[in-house]
Design a protein around this ligand. Structure first.
Ligand SMILES: *Cc1c(COP(=O)(O)O)cnc(C)c1O
Length: 341
């Protein structure tokens, strides 16, 4: 198979139309068989549930080429179960996990020419999503749904080297206690747009959201979970019912414990104690870990000892180990690497 003629190393993070996508429709209480199609257009009734009441959930994962030349994805079974948790919370139908993984596999396989080569740093981003598709005007769940998987090639995250982020403590809240912060739904992003535009306008890369109940505890950013390292080398992550359970964060905790022999702890973390940590990073599929150099709380600066030019020492080890596992340079735990071809 011939790869597309793309300058992989200089790709950004934007939508590029690839050749194929997957579509399955849900009606009369069941999913149809699903197909791979070249048609990138979605045609919906003007009153579709997704358009009126934002009934939509999504996932995000990457397909890439390992050192051995295999095209793989990382733990897609966890994306499948998380999408079902999201769907259930929004009164949408679930999709059997096997169907989800099969749809991702078929879509990536069909777009194999778009999967960047090993060593390019680029990946094929995979976006499964589901939405209410039939007309809904009274507030209630839709009766019909569409599940799609699209792919788009994205460039290396740390183009031109690692650059630790400066983030601000946001005056906006992301999620309510007992709300929808723990699911991957478009609605959580719609309301974060004003907050992120404001943060960028003020010169910050990201927002740190606090728990909206007390505004004293660290939750997450708009699209990544926090990970902290204590001065004595323990990896600590925030525990909260309103943060999105990042697959990257869960994998990093496993790597910290089982590969690096580090102590780990998931617990409530107050904003007050953040100044005492040695390292801070943001975990998510896109970057694996982005180091945070500085957190600004209304003019009060917290500068991590790891500084503004490189990853902290433990953050670096976590990053190197997990990306090594993903790329096939380090043996993966059973079931983590899903081979596509
Ligand atoms: C997707 C997402 C993450 C990261 O999750 P991964 O599974 O690691 O990609 C973190 N926070 C939010 C709010 C998210 O939507």
């Amino acid at each position: 198979m011939e790869k597309k003629n793309i300058d992989w190393a200089n790709l950004g993070f934007g939508y590029v139309k690839t050749d194929y996508r997957y579509v399955s429709n849900y009606a009369d209480g069941k999913w149809d068989e699903g197909v791979i199609t070249e048609d990138d257009k979605v045609v919906l009734n003007e009153c579709a549930g997704v358009l009126q009441y934002a009934q939509t959930v999504f996932e995000g994962l990457k397909a890439y080429t390992t050192e051995k030349g295999q095209i793989v994805t990382f733990r897609p079974d966890l994306n499948a179960s998380r999408m079902n948790d999201s769907a259930a919370r929004l009164e949408m139908p679930t999709l059997p996990e096997g169907r989800f993984v099969d749809a991702v596999t078929k879509t990536v396989k069909a777009n194999a020419a778009w999967v960047p080569p090993y060593g390019s740093g680029a990946t094929l981003y995979v976006r499964p999503y589901m939405f209410g598709s039939n007309p809904v005007i009274g507030v209630k769940p839709a009766d019909e749904y569409q599940f799609r998987v699209l792919t788009t090639p994205v460039g290396p995250y740390f183009k031109g080297g690692v650059k630790p982020l400066t983030i601000c403590v946001s005056d906006f809240d992301r999620a309510a206690p007992h709300g929808t912060g723990h699911i991957k739904a478009g609605l959580n992003y719609a309301m974060s747009l004003h907050a992120i535009v404001t943060a960028h306008h003020n010169g910050f890369d990201e927002n740190m959201y606090l728990d909206s109940g007390t505004r004293t505890k660290v939750e997450e950013t708009g699209g990544a979970n926090f990970l902290f390292v204590t001065k004595d080398g323990k990896v600590v992550t925030p525990k909260s019912g309103s943060i999105l359970p990042s697959i990257t964060r869960r994998s990093l905790i496993y790597v910290a414990k089982e590969y690096l022999g580090l102590e780990t702890e998931e617990r409530e973390i107050t904003l007050e104690e953040v100044k005492d940590f040695a390292e801070c990073g943001l975990c998510g599929t896109a970057a694996v870990i982005s180091p945070v150099g500085k957190i600004v709380d209304h003019g009060k600066e917290i500068c991590f000892p790891s500084g503004m030019t490189e990853m902290g020492e433990i953050t670096r080890k976590l990053y190197d180990t997990l990306t090594g596992i993903q790329m096939g340079r380090i043996e993966a735990p059973e079931g983590w690497i899903h081979v596509i071809e």
